[in-house]
Each structure stands twice: as structure tokens, then as C-alpha cells.
Write a protein that binds this ligand. Structure first.
Ligand SMILES: Nc1nc2c(ncn2[C@@H]2O[C@H](COP(=O)(O)OP(=O)(O)OP(=O)(O)O)[C@@H](O)[C@H]2O)c(=O)[nH]1
Ligand SMILES: [Zn+2]
Length: 291
């Protein structure tokens, strides 16, 4: 029996790395029966008589899983968000941040394509970035901040995630030109719903493993309870303890300190509006669930 990490998954084959040697394997039917799917990033026990015909026996316990992108055991996420083409969406960004918080994954926000903005738009975008900077590590289109992160960590699993056409593959190519990852023209990708990156592969870059992942156009908040959602908004935390009721979920309760902080501008209004919208969605999910 061998032990290794899945570095790539494609059409039912899993490429497993064991100290630099790659074994191509499949998952036997027993996984399907259990409803389990091996994921990139998984540590697995497997059998292989040669490098091309192995099969996976067991998936080791996971630290975390993201459904989108489908990767396991993630330490960091570089969230790539375009300032333009596709248009900036705080809503889509906040959704991703909620799921990262839930899974204990540290985000680095990378805002791409600021070169496409007019002076006026750039001013607005700088303000938006400054608001996120109060909560997360981020800058406008700064390859340096990505390099700094990577130089400060080792043997970590990092996913590059974000909307279709946001510039994920471009960022990785800039980081390591030898990768020559395929990039796509946005107008075509968005209008046809075509994604340039279709598979998820963990690539060794600067002492770490980084996954370029397929982009998405929508993003669901999954497996989060209404009562816990606020926990995944770090900017709400210091205020939540000042709410009148301990069970306050910051919607309509009297004496809500989070709402007070929104009203006096200490919490960004868009963050709170997204919070309200996500709460609504979670209520609907629950109703669906009961039926
Ligand atoms: N002007 C400008 N264009 C960029 C920038 N970053 C990426 N692009 C362009 O945006 C398009 C999409 O970039 P990709 O890197 O393929 O985007 P992606 O996020 O990997 O897309 P998917 O793989 O489909 O999810 C390409 O035409 C890039 O050349 C940028 O900073 N400025
Ligand atoms: Zn409250």
C-alpha cells in the first residue's frame, strides 16, 4: 500500500504524488456506494503495481473541503476579483469569503484588471479595496502581495478561486511564466458560459502547492446555519458582543450593536446588505429542506 496526495483529477482519473513520483489511479466502486468522491488535495491510501494502473483504497480524514472549487485540505485562498470585465461584484466576493471563513481558510484578496478603470472608477475601487483592507489582506492588482504570502509559507495548499474570466490563470502565469496556463477572452467566456480552466491541478510554486481552478458565475452559501452566519463576517465580531441579546442575529432585534455600527459607518453598508441577503437565502434553503 502507498500513501500520497491527489494533485489532479480528470475524467475519473486521479493523479497521486508520492515524493515526486506520479501514479495515475482510479477510485473503485466502493467509493460510489458510500457517496464519497476523492478530491484534489486529498491524502489517500492506494495500491499500484505500476505508475498507470493504481486504485484508491481510502481517503484520509480531511481538514476541510470546498465544494466550489472542489479541493480538500486547503490552507489559503487567493480570491481573484475583477474590477471590470466581468464587473466587480461585492456580493460574489462576500459569498466566497463566508465559505472560506466557515472552512478556516485564510483569504488573500487579489483585485485584478484595475488597468481597465477610468480615473473616476479607480477612485471608487480604491475606496472599496480600502474597506476590505480593514478586514482582509488585500491590494489592487498587486503581484507582490501574492509573492510575499508565498515566500512566508511553506508546504501549504493554496487555491486560486474566483469568477470566470477574473484573471486566475493570468495571475499564475505572471507568478510563474513557465506554467503557460491557457487564458481566455472574457467577452467570449461570459457570453457563452465557457470556462477556460476546466480541471483542478495542484502545481508546485515557491515551496507551496497552488491550484488554478475553474471559474464560476454564481456561488452558493452551503451548509451554514442562520445563527452562525454572522460568525463568518469578521468585521461584525467586535460589535456583536455589544448586542442586547446574546442570540442576536443582527436583523430585527432591538439593541443590535452591529446595526448601530452599520448606521454610523463603522461597518460597510454593502457588507451588511449582503449579510441580509444571505440570511434570506438561508431561510429559503431551510424551507426547501423541510418539504
Ligand atoms: N486588462 C487586463 N486584462 C486581464 C488582466 N488579467 C487577466 N486579463 C485578461 O482577462 C481574460 C481572462 O483571464 P484568465 O486568466 O483566463 O481568467 P480565469 O479567471 O483564469 O478564467 P477561467 O479559467 O475561465 O475561470 C484574459 O483575456 C486575460 O488576458 C488584467 O490585469 N488586466
Ligand atoms: Zn445584533
Amino acid at each position: 500500500m502507498l500513501i500520497g496526495q491527489i494533485r489532479q483529477s480528470l475524467s475519473g482519473y486521479y493523479d497521486i504524488d508520492v515524493e515526486g513520483i506520479t501514479y495515475r489511479t482510479r477510485a473503485r466502486g466502493n467509493f460510489r456506494k458510500k457517496g464519497e468522491t476523492p478530491l484534489v488535495g486529498d491524502w489517500v491510501e492506494f495500491k499500484a503495481d505500476n505508475q498507470t494502473e493504481g486504485y484508491i483504497l481510502k481517503i484520509r480524514e480531511r481538514k476541510n473541503i470546498l465544494v466550489r472549487p472542489p479541493v480538500a485540505n486547503i490552507d489559503y485562498a487567493i480570491v481573484v476579483t475583477a474590477c471590470k470585465e466581468p464587473n466587480f461584484s461585492a456580493n460574489l466576493l462576500d459569498r466566497q469569503l463566508v465559505m472560506l471563513e466557515k472552512n478556516g481558510i485564510i483569504p488573500l484578496l487579489f483585485f485584478s484588471k484595475s488597468d481597465l478603470l477610468s480615473d473616476e472608477e479607480l477612485k471608487q475601487m480604491n475606496q472599496i479595496v480600502a474597506n476590505y483592507q480593514k478586514i482582509y489582506n488585500c491590494q489592487l492588482a498587486s503581484l507582490n502581495s501574492v509573492i510575499t504570502l508565498l515566500n512566508n509559507i511553506q508546504n501549504r495548499v493554496i487555491v486560486v478561486m474566483g469568477q470566470t474570466g477574473a484573471g486566475k490563470s493570468t495571475l499564475l502565469n505572471n507568478l510563474k511564466p513557465e506554467l503557460k496556463l491557457e487564458t481566455g477572452e472574457v467577452s467570449k467566456a461570459l457570453s457563452r458560459g465557457k470556462h477556460t480552466t476546466r480541471k483542478t491541478t495542484l502545481l508546485p510554486i515557491l515551496e507551496n502547492l497552488i491550484a488554478d481552478t475553474p471559474g464560476f458565475s454564481s456561488f452558493d452559501i452551503l451548509d451554514v446555519k442562520k445563527e452562525e452566519l454572522a460568525k463568518y463576517f469578521p468585521d461584525f465580531q467586535s460589535y456583536a458582543s455589544g448586542c442586547k441579546f446574546r442570540s442576536c442575529i443582527h436583523l430585527n432585534e432591538p439593541g443590535c450593536n452591529v446595526k448601530a455600527a452599520v448606521n454610523n459607518g463603522e461597518i460597510a453598508k454593502t457588507r451588511y446588505e449582503n449579510y441580509q441577503q444571505f440570511q434570506k437565502e438561508l431561510s429559503n434553503q431551510r424551507v426547501k429542506y423541510r418539504k
